[in-house]
Design a protein around this ligand. Structure first.
Ligand SMILES: Nc1ncnc2c1ncn2[C@@H]1O[C@H](COP(=O)(O)OP(=O)(O)O)[C@@H](O)[C@H]1O
Ligand SMILES: [Mg+2]
Length: 549
């Protein structure tokens, strides 16, 4: 065969082979959407087209950074990890800059002679270099860097082949990058959706739980707006009031609360609107059938974005509690009455029977004294008469303490004056009475007079026993509607809160007894005391207009 023909044939076969490689590369590159696989495929086919010693693909990150993303055959020349870490700034590296601007490949025949060549660690072996841009959608998205250890190896046809491959590879890389990005977005979107779903689920569950609690609560629960119009109530509210939900919603609380409690309920609403916190008060609800239901209401403001939007409250039916309190009070009153009756009886017996018997014995002793002249006997009789006198005095004191006859006969004011007078002498401290009654002889119910007297007795006894006081004042004051008694001392005082704690373990019957008596008489007792600042016991009770007796 003619040698020119031979060359032509060989050339044709080479072109055919290259075309086949490029076709296969095209198929292999478009078959895949994984970026790593595409880069590996690219280096595979590049090796088939351009006999390089080492090569890598750099991808553009951000505006101007080019980072090694896949590499081949560096093992024999370099530490692969060092090469893998190579990245260039496209603005400061002149060759890269040229590639980016011209979008054309650059061949450096001999790196030793190229003034623009910058040696980087990881590519020190490179003598002949070819940089081929990967251009997609008119943008340089990366490049491949093809190396030879001998200078002047790469020829124009190498560059042409590498460029042809680059044109196909670039769009595959771009597709893979878009796919990766979209995968990333999809994953993020899915994560967000499932998080939202979880949040919605949690919200739904907590709403359900709240609903369930709200509906099944034993106490009535309501929400009303800032004007007092109900916007939500539970089943217990229906049961408590006898009205259906529809009959309650849209109506004002004044339609359900007994008139005499309305001003207190409105005050509480104003308090809630003015400051945070819970208010608790008792009112009576008028049920649909006219029944009055005593309830304890606890309510608080509901805020949204820092502003009050409504009021939520619970109303507990306290009928049973009230009944139990009333029963207890009734028992307590009966107990106090029985105790007073008993005291009165014992006082009378002491005075009438023992007192009279002792008096009779004393008379007999006087008679015996008259008829007996023996000095020893006379002495003995005098001793006996003195002993009887002491016994009579004790019996009188005891009977007076048990039930001062003055209280029954002359009334509270006189009995108190008498008692304080006697107390001053015995207790050894200055005691003063101040009676401020329009009518000194005014009488009150026996129960009230007894309660007042017993409270005074206990309070004064406490002063004598515990206060180390120098002065005590008992003050009885009458207004048109109340009777008030104050016992005030200047003694050591005590801490009522600490005492209450202690009282759970050790009963302090004196103070409790005073409270009981005050309640049983329909009044209230307040004790104010501070350490080293004395004590004040204040009993006040509503009374009718004065009535003479
Ligand atoms: N006027 C007072 N001054 C100082 N302490 C007092 C006074 N009254 C009561 N207390 C204190 O309160 C306690 C309880 O009083 P009380 O119930 O009467 O029980 P008791 O008198 O039997 O100790 C007393 O033990 C005392 O510590
Ligand atoms: Mg006492």
């Amino acid at each position: 065969m003619v040698p020119e023909l031979d060359g032509l044939l060989a050339r044709e076969q080479a072109v055919l082979r290259e075309t086949e490689i490029l076709r296969d590369a095209n198929i292999a590159l478009t078959e895949n959407l994984s970026l790593d696989r595409i880069l590996e495929t690219l280096l595979d086919y590049l090796a088939k087209l351009v006999p390089y010693d080492s090569a890598n693909v750099m991808l553009r990150k951000g505006e101007s950074q080019f980072v090694v993303s896949a590499l081949r055959r560096y093992e024999g020349f370099q530490d692969v990890e060092t090469t893998r870490a190579i990245s260039f700034d496209g603005n400061s590296n002149p060759l890269l800059r040229r590639i980016c601007l011209t979008k054309q490949s650059v061949v450096v025949p001999d790196t030793n002679k190229e003034p623009e060549w910058q040696t980087v660690s990881g590519a020190d072996h490179v003598r002949n270099w070819m940089g081929v841009p990967l251009v997609a959608s008119g943008k340089v998205i990366g490049l491949y860097s093809v190396d030879k250890i001998e200078p002047d190896f790469f020829q124009p046809q190498h560059a042409r082949l590498a460029e042809t491959l680059a044109a196909r590879a670039a769009s595959a890389i771009q597709n893979a990058q878009l796919f990766e990005q979209s995968q990333h977005y999809v994953a993020e979107l899915e994560a967000r959706i499932s998080e939202r779903r979880r949040a919605e689920e949690a919200l739904r569950e907590s709403e359900e739980r709240y609903r369930e609690l709200f509906e099944n609560a034993r106490d009535a629960i309501y929400v009303h707006d800032l004007n007092g119009i109900y916007i939500s109530v539970n089943r217990a509210a229906e049961e408590l009031s006898g009205y259906t939900r529809d009959e309650i919603l849209g109506r004002h609380f004044s339609d359900f609360v007994a008139k005499e409690y309305l001003s207190e309920a409105s005050d509480c609403l104003l308090t809630k609107l003015a400051r945070e916190g819970e208010t608790t008060y008792e009112v009576e609800v008028i049920a649909k059938d006219g029944r009055r239901v005593p309830v304890e209401v606890s309510s608080r403001a509901i805020y949204e974005n820092g502003a009050i939007v409504s009021v939520q409250g619970t109303a507990r039916d306290v009928t049973e509690r009230k009944q139990a309190q009333d029963t207890l009070r009734m028992f307590s009153r009966q107990l106090i009455e029985a105790q007073e009756d008993e005291r009165r009886r014992i006082a009378r017996d002491l005075h009438d029977q023992i007192g009279q018997t002792l008096t009779a014995v004393k008379m007999n002793l006087y008679t015996a004294q008259r008829f007996c002249s023996a000095p020893e006997a006379a002495h003995c009789l005098k001793d006996n008469i003195d002993a009887i006198d002491e016994a009579l005095r004790l019996v009188r004191d005891l009977s007076v303490d048990l039930r001062p006859p003055l209280l029954d006969d002359l009334g509270l004011a006189t009995a108190l004056c008498w008692y304080v007078d006697r107390y001053e002498k015995r207790a050894g401290l200055a005691a003063e009475v101040l009676i401020e009654l329009p009518n000194q002889n005014e009488r009150f119910s026996r129960e009230l007079e007894t309660a007042c007297f017993r409270i005074a007795q206990e309070a004064l006894t406490n002063v004598a026993r515990h206060a180390h006081a120098t002065h005590v004042l008992l003050q009885l004051t009458r207004t048109p509607t109340t009777l008030e008694m104050i016992v005030h001392d200047d003694g050591v005082g005590f801490d009522p809160a600490a005492l209450r704690k202690r009282a759970r373990r050790v009963a302090t019957l004196g103070l409790v007894g005073m409270q009981e008596r005050a309640h049983a008489a329909g009044g209230a007792l307040a004790i104010h005391s501070r350490l080293a600042r004395g004590t004040e016991v204040r009993f006040s009770v509503p009374v009718d207009n004065p009535r003479p007796r």
